[in-house]
Design a protein around this ligand. Structure first.
Ligand code: NAD
Ligand code: LMR
Length: 340
């Protein structure tokens, strides 16, 4: 009900945990892949984020319709639709934050890496445009396989002459959101108070929920701990199977993507204590990209909180994750090296 007719825009955003409630209202956010299963509901959430003055929607199809539809909502963000490569520059110019859910999703039986052949070049093309038109923007990459698309984006930036890649993030917020939901359910916690850091990457065994650092603290017998960890690692596949050929997670990802974008805006506006986990270039482990909790500031990562104290079980999960991540990172970097 509140969603249909909020008394104030701020009340509306407070419905969504951790979404931006900063007083500033002057940011431009671009969504690349805005007409898709994630792009549309995420743009709907962003249209309700008070910090956004302009919401620029780009896709290779349907953006005029999506933009016209969203522009009738009585919230402040001005919506523009951009279609086709020749309109990408206008979409990106002046953007403070770019969120990228462009690319194909999984069908049952596929791994995220099976998307590489299609999505690598989509992300490379879009990264090249971001490096050209908005090189200092926060870039939030949702397109899979995240463990490879983030290294692709960073390498394309470097090839384009942009050496600062500290605002390029792989969005792993959905893993945190799922962990919070599953643990709250298992323990009977108020889900709005639960926070579980998730480290590593975004595929199978590279997803590591650090349940020993859950707030509020909780513990499981080892078999139950392993079961809930594996459910979190396989949660994307759980949705792919349930959708039975109609794609992968879209609505929960839209929520998670809008939450991460709102955190980026909060960081840009100088808000304190903006902490999110994300997959970034990192020296925390032997994998050159790794997700850990990050303190975000106007220039990107202000502080990397690292691994913190891990249980023996979590240490073993990190040991298994690192070589897997290294393979995906190398694949992305090699692709970018040969991309023109
Ligand atoms: P979708 O097919 O519904 O939408 C993708 C959109 O991208 C389409 O509108 C398509 O036209 C557009 N697109 C394709 N090529 C493009 C290009 N070159 N430029 C701009 N837009 C382009 O897919 P979806 O369900 O929205 O999923 C999108 C991606 O997000 C997939 O790769 C999926 O695996 C990934 N995903 C990631 C997470 C995560 O946690 N990081 C979660 C869910 C899905
Ligand atoms: C997810 O975790 O839901 C996404 O990465 C989509 C997928 O393919 O599982």
């Amino acid at each position: 009900k509140q969603f249909l007719r909020p008394s104030t825009v701020n009340n509306l955003t407070k419905l969504v945990r951790n979404f931006s409630v900063t007083g500033q209202n002057n940011y431009k956010v671009a969504v690349l892949g805005a007409s898709g299963g994630i792009g549309q509901p995420m743009s709907l959430l962003l249209k309700q984020t008070p910090a956004i003055k302009q919401l620029a929607l780009y896709d290779i199809a349907h953006t005029p319709g999506v933009a016209a539809d969203l522009s009738h909502i009585d919230t402040a963000a001005q919506v523009s639709g951009h279609i086709g490569a020749e309109q990408l520059g206008d979409c990106l110019t002046g953007s403070d934050v770019v969120v990228i859910p462009a690319g194909v999703p999984r069908k049952p039986g596929m791994t995220r890496d099976d998307l590489f052949n299609t999505n690598a070049s989509i992300v490379a093309d879009l990264s090249k445009a971001c490096a050209k038109y908005c090189p200092t923007a926060f870039i939030c990459i949702i397109s899979n396989p995240v463990n490879s698309t983030v290294p692709i984006c960073c390498e394309i930036y470097k090839k384009s002459g942009v050496s600062d890649t500290s605002k390029i993030f792989g969005v792993t917020t959905l893993d945190v959101v799922r962990s919070n939901a599953f643990i709250a359910e298992a323990k009977g916690f108020d889900v709005s108070k639960v926070n579980v850091p998730v480290i590593g990457g975004h595929a199978g065994i590279t997803i590591i929920p650090v349940i020993s650092q859950c707030s509020p603290s909780c513990s499981f017998e080892q078999p139950a701990l392993e079961a809930i960890t594996e459910r979190i690692q396989d949660a994307g596949t759980e949705v792919v199977k349930a959708k039975a050929g109609a794609g992968s997670a879209t609505l929960s990802m839209a929520y998670a993507g809008a939450r991460f974008a709102a955190s980026a805006l909060d960081a840009l506006s100088g808000k304190d204590n903006v902490v999110e986990c994300a997959f970034i270039q990192s020296s925390i482990t032997a994998a050159t990209y790794f997700s850990t909790p990050l303190l975000l500031g106007p220039n990107g990562v202000k502080k990397n909180f690292g691994l913190g104290n891990l249980s023996d079980y979590e240490k073993k999960l990190v040991d298994a994750c690192v070589p897997e991540l290294q393979k995906s990172i190398k694949k992305g970097e090699e692709f970018a090296a040969n991309f023109h």
